[in-house]
Design a binder for this molecule. Structure first.
Ligand SMILES: Nc1ncnc2c1ncn2[C@@H]1O[C@H](COP(=O)(O)OP(=O)(O)OP(=O)(O)O)[C@@H](O)[C@H]1O
Length: 691
């Protein structure tokens, strides 16, 4: 079996014969040493030689190449060795290796393999596990290709700022989330420091005008953004931003960008780029996961002779072996938050006892945005309590991030978590892909995630760059069918150590027991959350749980129990008959039927409880739940595949039919100009609905 493989597809694209060759392709012919590791398929025997952070050591690579194809020179594996090859600008190399800059030495496997391939100018699909340095793998050759382009004014390289017209954009990176786009930009600026190359971002939720002005004043060689905003500015002639000379397009988290939710926007962006028969374009796709369903889209998007660089062996699991993954069956939905607190306390107790453990820094993932909020609010209340403030956990930061927060708050949360030594980030899937928060020790997923890829990417927020980490999944036994379907082949082991996961919280527990103490902390924390948030959380979870549980009735019973016993609410939220019909529920499922008057009175919804209003006022994450619940045909009946496609169809279909789409897209542009930024449809849909 292969450690890293480079597969070539098809024959050369007819266009390539006529199209001008990319700079990198031309370069490649002058570069005898940086050979394609076409023998890389023979690397399997050396796997044990590698550290947990997969790298090809120079000696190993040399030995392999010699063993298999003695005539071929070594693969470059040290960043510093790039200098002798005249391949990569000295400033870029310095930026990467200098201790006071990025301080990196040896390439990771995906970097080594793809740098080599990208520089030759071919289209690439690159697959490597989470946290293995894919960002640098596409940034370095991309920035170098721009520098190599004779039509880019290289005479200014080295100056602080090389002013360019907006149309000088040579490379475009599309990212599914704003935070990831910004993170890539930070990395790109580090790599490009001192070269004169200008990196700009175009992401939703920020002032479009200000972003455009920046591009116009400073110029832009590399533009990084989210699909909606990129489409917006490239399609609008008034922005003055176009990319007639663009020759590199990168799709980070490619499988997400090619799924049915994003694909139309990505296609539209491509149609706004120069005709590839006139301006040769190299397209690069990177992700840790490439499900079979999207391979077809990959083939349609890349040139027929694209290369598939895959560092995940066919017989290997897509998660890091070094990461223990544990599944905890919770007695009820209400047991998850106490179990999370217990996990943190246990870790801290071990540290207090002198074990050499890193500070507890966890991301807790929830399937609905409102649940994220209620949980963050409850833990913040716990953290304010005198008991907590007197404990050794007192420095733990409790932070929240989800798509319902303003972009400014989202950015602040992400920055604070990045800086935090210890803490918990209560997150929806906005941070599930690509985000590189340092030193995350635990990823805790609450509820079975919507698909296998989501599980893998969330888990990938820990154990990055060769570090250690743990993955935990807290799930209700009622989710066992979808658990088996979605995550069945992943190496999760049942863990029963967390006592509060199994405590009966419908009965009062003595405060004298450790579990009783934990439960009372959470109960007091939840008591400080407002009722409206709790109602929204119930509604959000209704959507996700009815899609996840073996039966809707069981889901609703579990939810009702949590609402009454743990949220300490007296009466269940009312669901309108219309909503019930949309969700495929009936009275005997145990829901409270009404017109929403009660929750309006109690502050649950400001503008009503039916679906159409709820979709404006309620939690956007919840809408995902509703659609899934509503579009039962796709979600509950489908298998793994059916769920994926049903899910996407359900979301889009639900939206278009509901008419929200038009409203959102119209509102998006105007919103960017108004003082209170409004969200374009894409921003709301792509970021909020599905993350
Ligand atoms: N050659 C290297 N040596 C050591 N650390 C590296 C190297 N390259 C990148 N890193 C670090 O590894 C971490 C993960 O990198 P990156 O975010 O690019 O991973 P990724 O493969 O894109 O992950 P994901 O699949 O989650 O998007 C970053 O902190 C980065 O600085």
């Amino acid at each position: 079996m292969m450690l890293g493989t480079v597969r070539r597809f098809g024959v050369s694209h007819a266009l390539r014969a006529t199209a001008p060759r990319s700079i990198s392709a031309r370069l490649a012919t002058q570069l005898p040493k940086w050979q394609a590791p076409s023998t890389i398929s023979s690397l399997s025997a050396t796997r044990s030689l590698h550290s947990s952070f997969p790298r090809l050591s120079a000696a190993t690579a040399q030995a392999i190449v010699e063993e298999t194809e003695p005539s071929k020179p070594a693969i470059i594996t040290e960043f510093s060795d790039l200098a002798g090859e005249n391949l990569i600008h000295n400033k870029i190399i310095k930026n990467i290796i200098q201790p006071d800059r990025m301080n990196l030495k040896t390439m990771t496997e995906v970097q080594s393999l793809t740098l080599n391939e990208i520089v030759k100018g071919d289209d690439i699909l690159a697959q490597a596990k989470t946290g293995t340095g894919k960002t640098l793998a596409f940034l370095v050759p991309t920035l170098q290709n721009i520098l190599n382009d004779p039509s880019v004014d290289v005479s200014k390289v080295g100056r602080r700022s090389a002013r360019t017209a907006p149309s000088e954009i040579r490379a475009l990176i599309i990212s599914p989330t704003r935070e990831l786009a910004e993170q890539i930009a930070v990395e790109a600026r580090k790599v490009a420091f001192g070269t004169g190359l200008i990196v700009q971002t175009a992401v939703g939720g920020t002032q479009k005008r200000a972003g455009l002005a920046k591009i116009q004043q400073e110029g832009c060689h590399l533009l990084i953004g989210t699909p909606g905003r990129l489409k917006d500015i490239l399609s609008d002639p008034w922005t003055g931003v176009s990319a007639p000379k663009l020759n590199t397009l990168i799709l980070d988290e490619a499988d997400r960008l090619l799924d049915q939710g994003f694909a139309p926007e990505v296609e539209e962006i491509q149609s706004l780029l120069p005709d590839p028969t006139k301006v040769d374009r190299q397209t690069l796709m990177f992700s840790a996961t490439v499900p079979r369903e999207v391979l077809q889209m990959v083939r349609q998007t890349l040139k027929p002779n694209f290369k598939h660089v895959n560092t995940v062996r066919e017989d290997e699991l897509p998660t890091h072996q070094r990461v223990p993954q544990k599944v905890v069956y919770t007695r009820g939905l209400e047991n998850s938050l106490p179990a999370l607190l217990e996990l943190a306390q246990n870790w801290q107790a071990r540290r207090d006892n002198g074990e050499e453990l890193r500070p507890f820094k966890a991301i807790a993932y929830f399937n609905s945005t409102a649940e994220t909020k209620v949980s963050a609010d409850a833990f913040n209340a716990v953290a304010r309590s005198s008991e907590f403030r007197q404990s050794s956990m007192r420095n733990m930061k409790m932070l929240e991030i989800n798509s319902r927060l303003s972009q400014a708050v989202r950015t602040r949360s992400a920055d604070n978590f990045r800086k935090a030594r210890e803490g918990i980030l209560f997150s929806s899937d906005v941070t599930a892909r690509g985000m590189d928060f340092p030193d995350v020790t635990h990823v805790v997923q609450i509820g079975v995630p919507r698909d296998r890829e989501t599980y893998i990417h969330r888990l990938g927020r820990t154990a990055r760059a060769g570090k250690e980490g743990e993955g935990w999944l807290f799930m209700h036994p009622g989710e066992s069918d979808v658990y088996r379907k979605r995550l069945g082949r992943l190496p999760l082991k049942v863990d029963t150590a967390l006592e509060s996961a199994n405590a009966d919280l419908t009965r009062s527990l003595s405060n004298d027991t450790p579990v009783g103490k934990i439960v009372s902390q959470i109960t007091e924390g939840l008591a400080q959350c407002d009722n409206a948030t709790k109602v929204k959380s119930y509604m959000g979870q209704l959507g996700t749980a009815t899609g996840n549980f073996n039966s809707k009735r069981e889901a609703i019973q579990a939810l009702n129990q949590m609402f009454i016993s743990s949220y300490n609410m007296q009466t269940l939220p009312e669901l309108s008959p219309r909503l019930m019909q949309q969700m495929g529920l009936n009275r005997i499922d145990g829901v409270s039927v009404g017109d929403g008057t009660r929750q309006r009175r109690e502050g649950g919804f400001s503008r009503g409880g039916d679906r159409s209003r709820f979709s404006r006022d309620g939690d956007r994450g919840e809408r995902g739940g509703f659609s899934r619940g509503g579009d039962r045909g796709g979600f509950s009946r489908g298998g793994e595949r059916g769920e994926r496609s049903g899910f996407s169809r359900g979301e889009r279909g639900g939206f278009s039919r509901g008419g929200d789409r038009g409203g959102f897209s119209r509102g998006g542009d105007r919103g960017d100009r108004s003082s209170r930024p409004r969200r374009s449809f894409e921003d709301s849909f792509n970021d909020d609905f599905r993350f």
